[in-house]
Write a protein that binds this ligand. Sequence first.
Ligand code: KIV
Ligand code: ZN
Length: 512
Amino acid sequence: MERLVIFDTTLRDGEQSPGASMTQEEKLRIALQLERLGVDVMEAGFAASSQGDFDAIHQIAQHVRESTVCSLARASLRDIERAGEAIRPAERKRIHTFIATSPLHMEKKLRMTPEEVLERAVAAVKAAKNYTDDVEFSAEDGYRSELDFLARICEATIAAGATTVNIPDTVGYATPELYGEFLRALRERVPNSDKAIWSVHCHNDLGMATANSLAGVKVGGARQIECTINGLGERAGNCALEEVVMAVRTRRDYFGLETGIHCEQIVPASKLVSSITGFPVQPNKAVVGANAFAHASGIHQDGVLKSRETYEIMRAEDVGWSTNKIVLGKLSGRNAFRQRVKELGIPLSSEAELNDAFLRFKDLADRKSQIFDEDIQALFRGSDKRRQRDRYEFVSITQQSETGERPTATVVWTEDGVEKRSTADGNGPVDASLRAIEAEVNSGAEMLLYSVNAITGGTESLGDVTVRLSKGGRVVNGTGADPDIIAASAKAYLNALSKLATEAPCNPQHAV
Ligand code: KIV
Ligand code: ZN
């Protein structure tokens, strides 16, 4: 069967989602999971956007061996040079260069003539070839571009050495039939179209990113789909990896294509991205939503019990939902713990790291009788020895609340290793604890969202808190988990403040 290339851009386009910015250590953890998932290409970032993005790509390029590591670059020599440097250590490397080709973008954003754009695109592809043979060219806002000009620029970039040509629906304007036909017509007009792999990159503004991408494949002849885990991405997001992969696999009869994705790694990847970014997955989300395989109606339950195929087109375990969710408890030993950590794909750098985590596990097991996979993942989140320490780290909290009285909280944390303590009152104990921190840090940030979820069912579950803060046009998400939701809230707030204190990557869509 012909191969469909899966190009994951969770770490680049996904990260452009407001509030989804990730630390270098978080990006590496996601990159390693994407490698386990078997993505062909991972776009690790946009090297020229910031030193932080450059370093994250460089580190990923040092660790990832199976997937191709890619950096985005605008069609400028400096961007190409930064991208080339960042991906240098990778076993397999790609530079993805782009420039806008729609009349609207060329005139209003770039203020360039079509001829200038074409020249820049060709020069960028040629420059990228000095760093790697694997060069992708994207015509930004391609779907709203004039077919003749688009065909000329595709022909010229392929002739200059582009091995993949990508036609994004940057603003999510396409519909499946029209997008598929557009791609087919375009390929027919490009004389050297057989010298490159054609790619689709669809945004989800009208909820059609998956349908458009699949039409681009089926009707338009594309053999690469650009997508993100959980459909993370700018505005309404990108095409969701789990949806296109499972559509192609479940309807192999229709698409006649195969991917290299290890589907049982889909749910772990979804959970990892959700927990790191703080973007919850909606329960009814296809494939990775908590209810995606839950049958509530009596008729459905009866049918599934008699024969699973009556109402199920995929098997939950094939995409990584574990059938046996209770894993460990108070009496579990170090070996059982080690084995589960290994099965969950959590990377361990040393025996000491395992020992530390085991102590935290025992402590949690004293307070919670059943330890689920999600609890173990949360135990490791934020306590990995290799991670860069956050600027603000939670130490402890004391709080008092009584019906009819205004609650107070005293929070202790470190700022760059120096201990700080502050007390405040508030409308409730969470409000009091966040006020206590803010009284000392004085960030002036605006809180856009506060949410608390139970990581697993039941009141003894770990509380998983997300705090979204905005300051000076930047939006960040902080997360924190603890059986005590007040402590989880303080951790999440400190995590968000730490992210605000780091350098912000710039958004390629907002710059030339
Ligand atoms: O949506 C888009 O056009 C992009 C390009 C940079 C490929 O993300
Ligand atoms: Zn995009």
